[in-house]
Design a protein around this ligand. Structure first.
Ligand SMILES: NC(=O)c1ccc[n+]([C@@H]2O[C@H](COP(=O)([O-])OP(=O)(O)OC[C@H]3O[C@@H](n4cnc5c(N)ncnc54)[C@H](OP(=O)(O)O)[C@@H]3O)[C@@H](O)[C@H]2O)c1
Length: 235
Protein backbone atom coordinates (compact mmCIF):
# COMPACT_ATOMS: atom_id res chain seq x y z
CA UNK A 1 0.00 0.00 0.00
CA UNK A 2 1.50 3.31 -1.07
CA UNK A 3 -1.10 5.75 0.24
CA UNK A 4 -4.63 5.74 1.60
CA UNK A 5 -6.90 3.66 -0.58
CA UNK A 6 -4.31 2.45 -3.09
CA UNK A 7 -3.93 -1.22 -2.23
CA UNK A 8 -4.48 -2.46 -5.78
CA UNK A 9 -4.21 -6.10 -4.75
CA UNK A 10 -6.92 -5.79 -2.10
CA UNK A 11 -10.65 -5.57 -1.72
CA UNK A 12 -12.68 -2.56 -2.81
CA UNK A 13 -15.47 -0.78 -0.98
CA UNK A 14 -17.60 2.09 -2.26
CA UNK A 15 -18.42 4.72 0.39
CA UNK A 16 -21.34 7.08 -0.35
CA UNK A 17 -21.56 10.15 1.88
CA UNK A 18 -17.77 9.91 2.08
CA UNK A 19 -17.27 13.52 3.17
CA UNK A 20 -19.49 13.20 6.26
CA UNK A 21 -18.40 12.43 9.81
CA UNK A 22 -19.02 8.68 9.57
CA UNK A 23 -18.08 8.50 5.88
CA UNK A 24 -14.66 10.06 6.46
CA UNK A 25 -13.94 7.59 9.26
CA UNK A 26 -15.05 4.74 6.97
CA UNK A 27 -12.81 5.85 4.09
CA UNK A 28 -9.75 6.31 6.30
CA UNK A 29 -10.51 3.19 8.35
CA UNK A 30 -10.99 0.90 5.35
CA UNK A 31 -7.84 2.30 3.71
CA UNK A 32 -5.92 1.59 6.93
CA UNK A 33 -7.25 -1.97 6.82
CA UNK A 34 -5.88 -2.44 3.30
CA UNK A 35 -9.02 -1.89 1.26
CA UNK A 36 -9.13 0.27 -1.86
CA UNK A 37 -11.82 2.91 -1.59
CA UNK A 38 -14.17 4.64 -4.04
CA UNK A 39 -15.60 7.80 -2.44
CA UNK A 40 -18.98 9.22 -3.53
CA UNK A 41 -20.06 12.72 -2.51
CA UNK A 42 -21.57 15.83 -3.99
CA UNK A 43 -19.21 17.69 -6.30
CA UNK A 44 -17.75 20.64 -4.39
CA UNK A 45 -14.47 22.37 -3.65
CA UNK A 46 -14.71 20.78 -0.21
CA UNK A 47 -14.88 17.29 -1.75
CA UNK A 48 -11.89 18.08 -4.00
CA UNK A 49 -9.85 19.35 -1.03
CA UNK A 50 -10.88 16.26 0.97
CA UNK A 51 -9.70 14.04 -1.93
CA UNK A 52 -6.36 15.84 -2.24
CA UNK A 53 -5.57 14.64 1.29
CA UNK A 54 -6.39 11.06 0.18
CA UNK A 55 -4.54 10.64 -3.14
CA UNK A 56 -5.36 6.97 -3.63
CA UNK A 57 -9.11 7.30 -3.16
CA UNK A 58 -11.14 7.29 -6.37
CA UNK A 59 -13.85 9.92 -6.93
CA UNK A 60 -17.47 9.51 -8.00
CA UNK A 61 -19.89 12.43 -7.68
CA UNK A 62 -23.58 12.29 -6.85
CA UNK A 63 -24.33 13.78 -10.27
CA UNK A 64 -22.67 10.69 -11.76
CA UNK A 65 -24.72 8.43 -9.46
CA UNK A 66 -27.86 10.16 -10.77
CA UNK A 67 -26.85 9.08 -14.28
CA UNK A 68 -26.78 5.38 -13.34
CA UNK A 69 -24.26 2.66 -12.48
CA UNK A 70 -21.60 3.59 -15.09
CA UNK A 71 -19.21 5.69 -12.97
CA UNK A 72 -19.19 3.21 -10.05
CA UNK A 73 -18.84 0.27 -12.43
CA UNK A 74 -15.80 1.93 -14.06
CA UNK A 75 -14.27 2.77 -10.65
CA UNK A 76 -14.45 -0.82 -9.39
CA UNK A 77 -13.69 -2.60 -12.68
CA UNK A 78 -10.86 -5.08 -12.32
CA UNK A 79 -10.92 -5.03 -8.51
CA UNK A 80 -12.17 -7.50 -5.95
CA UNK A 81 -15.22 -5.43 -5.05
CA UNK A 82 -17.08 -6.60 -1.95
CA UNK A 83 -19.70 -3.93 -1.62
CA UNK A 84 -20.71 -0.44 -0.70
CA UNK A 85 -21.84 1.51 2.31
CA UNK A 86 -24.14 4.54 2.40
CA UNK A 87 -23.38 6.97 5.26
CA UNK A 88 -25.76 9.70 4.19
CA UNK A 89 -27.91 11.93 6.36
CA UNK A 90 -26.72 12.79 9.83
CA UNK A 91 -28.08 14.24 13.05
CA UNK A 92 -30.46 17.19 13.11
CA UNK A 93 -32.31 18.36 16.21
CA UNK A 94 -34.29 21.59 16.48
CA UNK A 95 -37.92 22.55 16.30
CA UNK A 96 -40.89 20.24 16.84
CA UNK A 97 -42.63 18.77 13.81
CA UNK A 98 -45.63 21.10 14.06
CA UNK A 99 -43.29 24.08 14.00
CA UNK A 100 -41.32 22.73 11.03
CA UNK A 101 -41.95 24.53 7.76
CA UNK A 102 -42.80 22.56 4.63
CA UNK A 103 -39.57 23.72 3.02
CA UNK A 104 -37.50 22.56 6.00
CA UNK A 105 -39.24 19.16 6.03
CA UNK A 106 -38.70 18.74 2.29
CA UNK A 107 -35.03 19.60 2.82
CA UNK A 108 -34.65 16.74 5.32
CA UNK A 109 -36.28 14.29 2.91
CA UNK A 110 -33.88 15.58 0.24
CA UNK A 111 -30.78 15.14 2.41
CA UNK A 112 -31.65 12.02 4.45
CA UNK A 113 -33.77 9.80 2.20
CA UNK A 114 -33.66 10.61 -1.53
CA UNK A 115 -29.83 10.30 -1.85
CA UNK A 116 -30.08 6.75 -0.46
CA UNK A 117 -32.33 5.78 -3.37
CA UNK A 118 -30.00 7.55 -5.83
CA UNK A 119 -27.05 5.64 -4.34
CA UNK A 120 -28.76 2.24 -4.39
CA UNK A 121 -30.00 2.78 -7.95
CA UNK A 122 -26.40 3.28 -9.13
CA UNK A 123 -24.43 1.03 -6.80
CA UNK A 124 -26.55 -2.13 -6.75
CA UNK A 125 -26.42 -2.72 -10.56
CA UNK A 126 -22.69 -1.80 -10.56
CA UNK A 127 -21.98 -4.41 -7.86
CA UNK A 128 -24.06 -6.93 -9.78
CA UNK A 129 -22.07 -6.27 -12.95
CA UNK A 130 -18.85 -6.75 -10.95
CA UNK A 131 -19.96 -10.15 -9.66
CA UNK A 132 -22.14 -9.28 -6.67
CA UNK A 133 -21.64 -8.00 -3.14
CA UNK A 134 -23.34 -6.29 -0.23
CA UNK A 135 -24.83 -2.78 -0.05
CA UNK A 136 -24.88 -1.61 3.59
CA UNK A 137 -27.26 1.20 4.54
CA UNK A 138 -26.28 2.97 7.77
CA UNK A 139 -29.03 4.15 10.03
CA UNK A 140 -29.37 5.25 13.66
CA UNK A 141 -31.42 4.96 16.81
CA UNK A 142 -33.83 7.65 15.55
CA UNK A 143 -35.23 5.14 13.06
CA UNK A 144 -36.67 3.16 15.96
CA UNK A 145 -37.19 5.66 18.75
CA UNK A 146 -39.35 8.79 18.58
CA UNK A 147 -37.21 11.72 19.70
CA UNK A 148 -38.86 15.09 20.36
CA UNK A 149 -37.27 17.81 18.24
CA UNK A 150 -35.67 15.31 15.84
CA UNK A 151 -38.81 14.51 13.84
CA UNK A 152 -37.14 14.85 10.44
CA UNK A 153 -34.37 12.40 11.33
CA UNK A 154 -36.84 9.97 12.96
CA UNK A 155 -39.28 10.00 10.02
CA UNK A 156 -36.57 9.66 7.38
CA UNK A 157 -34.74 7.01 9.44
CA UNK A 158 -37.92 4.92 9.66
CA UNK A 159 -38.50 5.49 5.95
CA UNK A 160 -34.94 4.42 5.21
CA UNK A 161 -35.43 1.14 7.07
CA UNK A 162 -38.44 0.44 4.89
CA UNK A 163 -36.54 1.50 1.77
CA UNK A 164 -33.90 -1.18 2.45
CA UNK A 165 -36.61 -3.77 3.13
CA UNK A 166 -38.46 -3.00 -0.08
CA UNK A 167 -35.20 -3.21 -2.04
CA UNK A 168 -34.63 -6.67 -0.52
CA UNK A 169 -38.19 -7.70 -1.29
CA UNK A 170 -37.92 -6.56 -4.90
CA UNK A 171 -34.59 -8.40 -5.15
CA UNK A 172 -33.91 -6.99 -8.61
CA UNK A 173 -30.24 -8.03 -8.46
CA UNK A 174 -30.04 -11.31 -6.48
CA UNK A 175 -26.22 -11.22 -6.48
CA UNK A 176 -26.37 -8.07 -4.32
CA UNK A 177 -27.63 -8.24 -0.73
CA UNK A 178 -28.97 -5.02 0.81
CA UNK A 179 -28.44 -4.73 4.57
CA UNK A 180 -29.44 -2.29 7.27
CA UNK A 181 -26.78 -1.52 9.90
CA UNK A 182 -28.06 0.61 12.77
CA UNK A 183 -25.52 2.54 14.83
CA UNK A 184 -27.29 2.59 18.20
CA UNK A 185 -25.13 5.24 19.89
CA UNK A 186 -23.50 8.56 19.09
CA UNK A 187 -20.13 8.48 17.37
CA UNK A 188 -17.35 9.55 19.71
CA UNK A 189 -15.82 12.80 18.51
CA UNK A 190 -18.94 14.07 16.72
CA UNK A 191 -19.55 17.33 18.58
CA UNK A 192 -23.06 17.69 17.14
CA UNK A 193 -24.15 15.02 19.64
CA UNK A 194 -24.74 17.12 22.76
CA UNK A 195 -24.62 15.12 25.98
CA UNK A 196 -24.73 11.61 24.40
CA UNK A 197 -26.01 8.75 26.59
CA UNK A 198 -23.64 6.27 24.95
CA UNK A 199 -20.84 6.51 22.40
CA UNK A 200 -19.31 4.29 19.75
CA UNK A 201 -15.67 4.52 18.71
CA UNK A 202 -15.37 5.20 14.95
CA UNK A 203 -13.03 2.19 14.68
CA UNK A 204 -15.84 0.01 16.05
CA UNK A 205 -18.12 1.26 13.27
CA UNK A 206 -15.52 0.52 10.59
CA UNK A 207 -15.12 -3.01 11.98
CA UNK A 208 -18.92 -3.44 12.11
CA UNK A 209 -19.33 -2.39 8.46
CA UNK A 210 -16.53 -4.75 7.46
CA UNK A 211 -18.25 -7.57 9.40
CA UNK A 212 -21.52 -6.94 7.55
CA UNK A 213 -19.82 -6.68 4.15
CA UNK A 214 -18.13 -10.03 4.67
CA UNK A 215 -21.01 -11.84 6.44
CA UNK A 216 -22.75 -14.62 4.59
CA UNK A 217 -26.18 -14.15 6.16
CA UNK A 218 -28.47 -11.68 7.87
CA UNK A 219 -30.46 -8.67 6.71
CA UNK A 220 -30.59 -6.27 9.66
CA UNK A 221 -27.61 -5.59 11.88
CA UNK A 222 -26.83 -3.28 14.78
CA UNK A 223 -23.84 -2.13 16.76
CA UNK A 224 -23.73 -0.26 20.08
CA UNK A 225 -26.32 0.31 22.78
CA UNK A 226 -27.85 -2.91 24.08
CA UNK A 227 -26.52 -4.74 21.00
CA UNK A 228 -22.84 -4.32 21.88
CA UNK A 229 -20.60 -5.58 19.08
CA UNK A 230 -21.98 -6.14 15.58
CA UNK A 231 -25.11 -8.22 15.95
CA UNK A 232 -27.62 -9.61 13.53
CA UNK A 233 -31.07 -8.29 14.38
CA UNK A 234 -34.11 -10.46 13.83
CA UNK A 235 -37.44 -8.77 13.08
N1 LIG B 1 -22.67 10.90 13.60
C1 LIG B 1 -23.23 10.09 14.52
O1 LIG B 1 -23.00 10.21 15.75
C2 LIG B 1 -24.14 8.98 14.09
C3 LIG B 1 -24.66 8.14 15.09
C4 LIG B 1 -25.51 7.10 14.71
C5 LIG B 1 -25.84 6.92 13.38
N2 LIG B 1 -25.31 7.74 12.43
C6 LIG B 1 -25.70 7.49 11.04
O2 LIG B 1 -24.60 7.57 10.16
C7 LIG B 1 -25.02 8.07 8.90
C8 LIG B 1 -24.13 9.24 8.49
O3 LIG B 1 -24.20 10.23 9.49
P1 LIG B 1 -23.09 11.37 9.66
O4 LIG B 1 -23.15 11.80 11.07
O5 LIG B 1 -21.80 10.94 9.08
O6 LIG B 1 -23.69 12.53 8.74
P2 LIG B 1 -22.97 13.88 8.26
O7 LIG B 1 -21.66 14.08 8.93
O8 LIG B 1 -23.97 14.96 8.40
O9 LIG B 1 -22.68 13.59 6.72
C9 LIG B 1 -23.76 13.46 5.88
C10 LIG B 1 -23.30 13.03 4.51
O10 LIG B 1 -24.47 12.98 3.69
C11 LIG B 1 -24.21 13.76 2.52
N3 LIG B 1 -25.42 14.40 2.04
C12 LIG B 1 -26.26 15.23 2.70
N4 LIG B 1 -27.25 15.63 1.89
C13 LIG B 1 -27.03 15.06 0.69
C14 LIG B 1 -27.70 15.08 -0.56
N5 LIG B 1 -28.83 15.79 -0.73
N6 LIG B 1 -27.19 14.38 -1.57
C15 LIG B 1 -26.07 13.66 -1.41
N7 LIG B 1 -25.38 13.59 -0.23
C16 LIG B 1 -25.87 14.29 0.79
C17 LIG B 1 -23.21 14.83 2.95
O11 LIG B 1 -22.53 15.29 1.80
P3 LIG B 1 -21.90 16.74 1.69
O12 LIG B 1 -20.50 16.60 2.26
O13 LIG B 1 -21.90 17.00 0.24
O14 LIG B 1 -22.76 17.68 2.49
C18 LIG B 1 -22.31 14.01 3.87
O15 LIG B 1 -21.36 13.30 3.14
C19 LIG B 1 -26.50 8.44 9.05
O16 LIG B 1 -27.29 7.38 8.56
C20 LIG B 1 -26.69 8.54 10.55
O17 LIG B 1 -28.01 8.22 10.97
C21 LIG B 1 -24.47 8.77 12.75
Amino acid sequence: MTSAGTDDSGRVVVVAGATGFVGTHLVDGFAARGWSVVACARASQRFDAWLRRRPGVRRVTFDQLEEGPGAVARAVAGYDVRGSVAAIGGWDVGTGLLETSTDAFRAVLESHLTPHLVTARAVVPALDAAGGGVHVVLNGVAAQQAIAGAGGVCVTGAGLRMLTRVLREEDGYPSVRVRDLSLMAALAGDERNLDPVAELAPATVVAAVEDVLLAAEGDDWAVGGEHGPTARVVG
